[in-house]
Design a binder for this molecule. Structure first.
Ligand code: DQQ
Length: 567
């Protein structure tokens, strides 16, 4: 007993001293400004966004301006853990190859001296971009501030200035001053700008609404735009219209008919991004989720894996809405310090409304295809129970795989127990090796030759009296021989009817990340993994089936991916 007590005390001390929580991020003062000498390449990604070194978290203010894509990001210029937060800034012509610029916003004023936290950009009608961001002062008080380009004729908008009339929005009128952050992109309606700011009160997550005629003087609306009990702090709210009839993206101020609206919030307590689909009641200036679209923990997620603090923007060049999300690490903080970097951004994804109008779909931007190299194809290949087939001839640690499976017979589908609502727990119970009726079948990514290590991305099909239930897992439990690191069996359900007996899966494999899109982008899961054997040329890729019913690999295309020019 005494030993257990000591152990708990030790864990507590470690937590309090080493992983002190500040806002939503753990703080490691001893590592914050420890500059990396060598950048460890082993698990470094080849085509996911990251700066040359150090820590990044949330994507901030993504935008397209005069032919150039900009991404800003929460960045520690001095170390590989969270701290010293500035707005890093990179630019691109294709969303895939990036050039790093100097940070756009650094703490310099009393209102942001303790951090230039997350925010968004809005392109004003005069074609002028403006940043709204959260500044944190030395007492932890959060205010909303703005920054504008110093020189609009600089095509890269390298320098940004903070005009003297900051802060624009203070936490007044009963707002919790240390939980008041992450202004959204603004939209224009009936002669006024509107912006959302995330907050919390007594465990109720809140998106406050502020209005302004001139973008400078803001007034808080009487009622929050939306809120929900027991959901905790709402970080990084994002609000935008989606078309009911096409994949095209819409400008945030588009208020025509034939749209639904999306409200996404990042739940600090869960560290996942949840969204609802609903209606924007413009007369009341309120958002109401559809009945079928629930707020909070039981709701829909953009991604059922490592994906947080995301942000979308409208790309007028290709008329699409693009989603950026932060993919955090799953390894030890000490490992991050050793490798000299932490955090990547997910591949930018287009996002649109599914024809069933119950959910969104996502797909990597088409520009990613420019990195595709050697291709290997497979078609009409039988996968009998217990079989796995190697997909040879590509760089399996740096690859893009797009596969359609065909299920000739659903006769042996297992019954679904209604108590299995929690997809992640179900996946933990019925992993890739637990034989089923239909499935588990899918891919073994980042696999070592003798399968000591692999990250299994797979489907398993169940049935109720009314329909089929499809589970997609990205199971990292066997991903690494290294003990102790976080290796979750992430999972989500895929809302498909299986009338055509097909299931598609695309996986982007990039050394320490496997980013998967099931059912044509209906369910996405991103896993961070740190193999010890399945690295570089020693990584393999297999298709497998451990279910009773034979599965056909109807079509499989696998590409070796080239390296992106990354900052
Ligand atoms: N990260 C920022 C905050 C935001 C949080 C600080 C979400 O503005 O709420 O780095 O990850």
């Amino acid at each position: 007993m005494a030993i257990w007590n000591l152990l708990w005390l030790y864990i507590l001390i470690l937590y309090v001293n080493n992983g002190r929580m500040e806002a939503s991020h753990k703080v490691y003062p001893q590592f914050q400004s420890l500059s990396a000498v060598n950048i460890r390449q082993l698990h470094h990604t080849a085509f996911h966004f990251q700066p040359p070194k150090n820590w990044i978290n949330d994507p901030n203010g993504p935008m397209y301006y005069n032919g150039i894509y900009h991404i800003f990001y929460q960045y520690n210029p001095k170390g590989a853990v969270w701290g010293n937060i500035v707005w890093g800034h990179s630019i691109s012509k294709d969303l895939i190859n990036w050039k790093e610029l100097e940070p756009a916003i650094c703490p310099s004023k009393h209102f942001d001296i303790d951090g230039a936290w997350s925010g968004s950009t809005t392109i004003l009608p005069s074609n002028k971009p403006i940043i709204l961001y959260t500044g944190v002062d030395s007492n932890g008080i959060q205010t909303q501030n703005y920054a504008v380009p110093a020189n609009l004729s600089d095509p890269y908008l390298r320098k940004w200035i903070k005009p003297g009339n900051n802060p624009l929005i203070d936490p007044e009128n009963g707002v919790n001053a240390t939980a008041f952050r992450d202004p959204s992109t603004a939209w224009w309606l009936n002669g006024r700008w509107r912006v959302l700011v995330g907050s919390e009160r007594n465990s109720r997550g809140i998106a406050y609404l502020y209005r302004s005629r001139d973008f400078i003087h803001w007034t808080k609306a009487k009622h929050p735009f939306h809120s929900a009990p027991n959901t905790g702090m709402w970080e990084c709210p994002d609000f935008y219209p989606v078309s009911l009839s096409s994949k095209e993206g819409l400008d945030p101020s588009y208020m025509g008919k034939h749209v639904k609206h999306v409200l996404k919030v990042s739940l600090d307590d869960a560290r996942y991004d949840y969204y609802t689909l609903g209606t924007y009641l413009t007369n009341d200036d309120k958002y109401v989720p559809d009945n079928a679209s629930v707020d909070g923990w039981a709701g829909l997620r953009y991604d059922y894996g490592n994906f947080y603090a995301s942000k979308t923007f409208f790309d007028p060049a290709k008329r699409r809405r693009i989603l950026w999300g932060w993919v955090n690490e799953s390894d030890f903080t000490q490992d991050d310090v050793k490798k000299g970097w932490a955090g990547i951004q997910a591949i930018p994804r287009i996002v649109w409304l599914d024809t069933n109008q119950r959910q969104l779909k996502q797909w990597p931007v088409e520009e990613l295809n420019t990195l595709r190299g050697e291709i290997v194809k497979m078609s009409h290949q039988k996968l009998k129970k217990g079989h796995h087939i190697e997909i040879q001839g590509i760089t399996a640690a740096q690859a893009d795989i797009d596969v359609t499976f065909y299920i000739p017979s659903l006769d042996k589908t297992e019954e679904f127990n209604p108590s299995w609502e929690d997809a992640q727990r179900l996946c933990a119970n019925k992993g890739s090796k637990v034989e089923g009726g239909v499935g588990p079948f899918g891919l073994l990514t980042l696999a070592s030759k003798n399968l000591e290590e692999y990250t299994a991305v797979f489907f398993r099909v169940f049935k109720t009296s009314k329909k089929h239930v499809v589970l997609l897992c990205s199971d990292a439990r066997s991903s690494s021989l290294e003990d102790g690191i976080y290796k979750p069996s992430f999972a989500g359900f895929v809302d498909v009817d299986l009338a055509d007996k097909k299931l598609s899966l695309r996986s982007l494999i990039d050394h320490s990340v496997v980013e998967s899109f099931g059912g044509g982008g209906k369910t996405c899961i991103t896993s961070r993994v740190y193999p010890t054997l399945a690295v570089l040329d020693n990584a393999h890729l297999y298709a497998f089936n451990n279910g009773d019913e034979t599965i056909i690999v109807k079509n499989l295309n696998a590409w070796s991916m080239n390296k992106a020019k990354m900052n």
